[in-house]
Every structure is written in structure tokens, then in C-alpha cells.
Design a protein around this ligand. Sequence first.
Ligand SMILES: Nc1ncnc2c1ncn2[C@@H]1O[C@H](COP(=O)(O)OP(=O)(O)OP(=O)(O)O)[C@@H](O)[C@H]1O
Length: 307
Amino acid sequence: MSASAAVETETSATPPVDTDVVIETRNLGKIYRDFWGRKKVSALKALDIEVKKGEIFGLLGPNGSGKSTTIKLIQGLLFPTSGRAFVFGKDARDVTKNERIGYLPEESYLYKFLNAEETLDFYGRLFDMPAELRRERSDQLIKMVGLHQARRRQLREYSKGMTRRIGLAQALINEPDLLILDEPTTGMDPIGSREMKDLIIRLRDAGKTILLCSHQLADVQDVCDRVAILHQGELRELGRVDSLLKVRDVTEVHATGLSDASKQKIADLIRSEGGEVVSLDNPTTTMEELFLDIVQDNRPGGRPASP
Ligand SMILES: Nc1ncnc2c1ncn2[C@@H]1O[C@H](COP(=O)(O)OP(=O)(O)OP(=O)(O)O)[C@@H](O)[C@H]1O
């Protein structure tokens, strides 16, 4: 091994000292090989990210950009070809860290012939939770995800949105500190999707750290504090959502009750100050807001309970 390779390995092997860092990847890379050990796909290249305690961190990228590979490496389900991943200061391959992680995979993996209560009881047993605690926790989680009316129905009768909700409840059964959510709003209608997003924000506010993978860019924009954008296995952008999306050098003013004459005066003032009026118009709402305004009050059942 060369001197520089030895230094690189040593640096990447030292666990992080900052206890506010929940996930850290250093030079993390993965090459998938074929049956004969030949390089097939370089799925992830030298990823360096830190996910801080109490934040919602979004992992974005087109199909095949390396998101699932990253999630699997972080959970220790795959071994890296280069670099390291740490979770709660432990190497990602250390299975003891998984007790503090809740995972909602993209595909449903739940037993279709169990109902919601039985499902949560089953997962509670896997964590060695006593019967009384399992009952209490299942009850609380079923209410939280808004499935109380369907708690005794078998999961094979559930819609896609209901399946995502029970999946989230399952991911929370062990009261994890870190939640990894892969496409949490897949198959949900706009109301369900808004409720899921509100729930994710409330979980963050309750102190949980959340790593969220999604193709729904509007969802990511609504809930994430920071995002990493991957493309062809490489990190292309990393930063706070608000600052990445800020359009520099454009000033936005919202006002009500202005007459046409007042608007004209404002436009003149902008010009006299050397500015250019890009638009002076009524803002549009989003299709999501419009849809929710129309249907929200008419939907059966209440909103899900708080975490
Ligand atoms: N087990 C595997 N063997 C070989 N190549 C793989 C394997 N798993 C993933 N890949 C390849 O690695 C690359 C990254 O895949 P990955 O599943 O991590 O992407 P992704 O961003 O999660 O995609 P998607 O949005 O479609 O879920 C792709 O080119 C994929 O074909």
C-alpha cells in the first residue's frame, strides 16, 4: 500500500467526534461486479455527506443515480468498495446501530394477511418489546398515521397510501432516533401526501433525524432542510433547500388592497430607483393548495394524531 493510500484509509477509519452528526460518509464508493469479479457498474463515487441530528436530509437523483446504493451502504446491507460510512459514530457495518434506525423501504415487504395491529405487534416482538408496551405503542402509532378505522383490516385490502402509512408506523415501532424513508409519499393522493409530509415534519420537531429519498421534488422542497443531489453516482449539489432555491437579485413584495394607480406608482418608483419591473401581478397558488382547499373539508375521518 502506498503512503497516501495508508493515510487515506486511516483518516476514513477514524469515527466522527461530533455527536451532532448522525450519518457521515467519507469518500464512500461502490462498484458492483459481475459473477467473475469484473467491474460492472460504478454506482457511487467518493460520496462525502454529513446528516446532522434533528434535520430532514433529502437524497435526490434520477433513476440509477445511486440513492438506493447509498441507503444500503448506510444501513450496512452492502459493503463499500472504497471509503466508510458511520451512523451514530459507529461503522455502518456494526449491526447494533440498527436498533436506533427505522426504515421505510420503497417496496412493501409487509405480510398481507396480517392486519395493522398484528403487523405492529409482530415487529414489536422482533425488538423484544414486552406485550403491554407493544399494545400501547401500536395503538399510538395506528392513531398517529390515521389508520384507526382500518386497524383490523388485512393489509391485502389496503390502498397504496394506507400501505405507506402502516409502513411508516412499522418503521417507528422501536422509537428510532434516525428514520430512513424511501419514497414515503408513493401512491398517495394529495391529501395523504400532505398528511405524510406534516407527519415527517412533526417527527423532526420531536427530535428525530430523517433521511428521505424521493422523486417527488415538490415533497422534498416542502419538508427537507438540506439536500444532496446525485447524478451518475456523483454528488452534484449539497446545501440548504432555501438557499439553493433562492433566486438572487430579485425582490418579492406581497401586498393587498392596492389600486391600479398605486401599482403604477410602485412600478414608477422601481424604475426611478434604477430597478426593472419583472412582473407586478397577482400571484398564483399551487395546484396542491387549490386541490386541498376544495376537498379538505369534505373528507371523511379526521386528520392523523400527533406523534
Ligand atoms: N445489485 C446490483 N448489481 C449490479 N448493478 C447494480 C446493482 N444494484 C444497483 N446497480 C446499478 O447501480 C446504479 C445505481 O443504482 P441505485 O439502485 O443505487 O440507483 P437509484 O438512484 O436508487 O435508482 P432508482 O431511483 O431507480 O431507485 C444503477 O446503474 C444500477 O443499475
